[in-house]
Design a protein around this ligand. Structure first.
Ligand code: SF4
Ligand code: SF4
Length: 331
């Protein structure tokens, strides 16, 4: 299988710094200091533009704790690269929202519960006010946003209500992702396959009822469960993207600490080549499938599902996705 000549998308964890301590934070495992410095960060954006990267998805941590974050977003915009940010909304002010609007930046706003009680169990006291305040500012300056709900043991029964809230708030879509046991997230938060399957069925039904778009992240098996044309899901084993941690390490996936390369001390083009040539990347692009994936209708695209979850939950990156309902014997 051929791989792309350049990443179409770069997911860049700009900083792990944050003033919150959310129970399910995957970025807590990164050092708070030692981010790529400002010069290397701007140079990297220049390399991305020259290399043909279309989009940079900034994540954190709270990226606005980096002094240069807005300037980096503006530089990307002027270089012809579109941007998005995954954020809790914590530090968004009127000034930030206005600048994001000027740069056409899209926001993925973490809304892990449809009410203060559920949200603050995960994100701490006062966090509901931050996120609802952020929504007001985004709407004031017409910044496009989708909501993101990280599905876990403390909120999964409220997923349909969260989708209704997303529509009511003026989001363009509701995104859902299962919490992974990385960083601060313990196994106690991780859903069982039957809980996730039931949640997907309810989200599917609610999307149809609301006629509202849903994006399912990191659930490449979702096609076994969902039917609504409003519900979309992706596959990741094509490797047309690059994930960077705050120090510039290239990550196999942003929830794993496997590092096929780094942009800290070498050009992006070289790091991309090293990523694509690494044995571990090749092995997840073209895995040796076993039962039950071998006779699965989604095998050509899904290719065994989420390898990061397999690694984190079973210790074997080549095991089939433990949350897939077919792997779990539910269908
Ligand atoms: S390996 Fe898993 S967590 Fe990583 S991008 Fe793919 S589906 Fe998502
Ligand atoms: S059985 Fe395997 S290939 Fe099929 S959806 Fe599940 S993880 Fe993917």
């Amino acid at each position: 299988m051929s791989t792309p000549n350049a990443p179409q998308l770069v997911i860049w964890l700009l900083t792990a710094r944050c003033t919150q301590s959310c129970l399910h934070c995957y970025a807590s495992r990164f050092p708070k200091q030692g981010n790529l410095d400002e010069k290397r960060s701007f140079d990297l954006l220049n390399e991305m533009a020259a290399f043909g990267v279309n989009h940079v998805g900034f994540s954190g941590g709270s990226i606005f704790l980096r002094d240069d974050s807005l300037r980096l977003i503006e530089h990307a915009y002027r270089s012809g690269i579109t941007t998005s940010i995954v954020t809790s909304g914590l530090d968004i002010t009127d000034e930030i929202a206005e600048q994001l609007a000027n740069c056409g930046t899209f926001l993925f706003l973490s809304i892990d519960g449809p009410n203060r009680k559920t949200y603050e169990r995960l994100r701490g006291s006062g966090s509901w006010d931050y996120v609802t305040g952020a929504v007001e500012k985004l709407r004031k300056f017409s910044v496009g946003f989708a909501t993101v709900m990280a599905l876990n043991k403390l909120n999964w029964t409220e997923a349909p209500d969260c989708l209704s809230l997303a529509k009511d708030l003026g989001a363009t879509a509701g995104c859902f992702i299962p919490v992974m046991p990385a960083g601060r997230a313990s196994m106690d938060l991780i859903l069982q396959p039957e809980e996730l399957m039931s949640t997907l069925q309810k989200i599917d039904k609610k999307a149809e009822e609301l006629q509202f778009p849903v994006s399912l992240w990191c659930m490449p098996f979702a096609g076994l469960v969902v039917q609504s044309n409003f519900v979309h899901y992706d596959f990741c084993r094509t490797y047309d993207e690059m994930d960077l941690d705050p120090q510039g390490n290239v990550l196999l996936c942003d929830v794993l600490d496997t590092r096929p390369s780094s942009v800290g001390n070498k050009p992006l083009s070289q790091a991309w080549e090293e990523q694509q040539e690494s044995q571990i990347v090749k092995s997840v692009i073209e895995p040796e499938l076993a039962s039950p994936c071998l006779d699965c209708p989604f095998r050509d695209k899904c290719r065994g599902g989420c390898f990061a979850r397999a690694q984190l939950m079973s210790g074997n990156i080549h095991a089939p996705d433990p949350l897939c309902p077919k792997v779990a014997g539910l269908i």
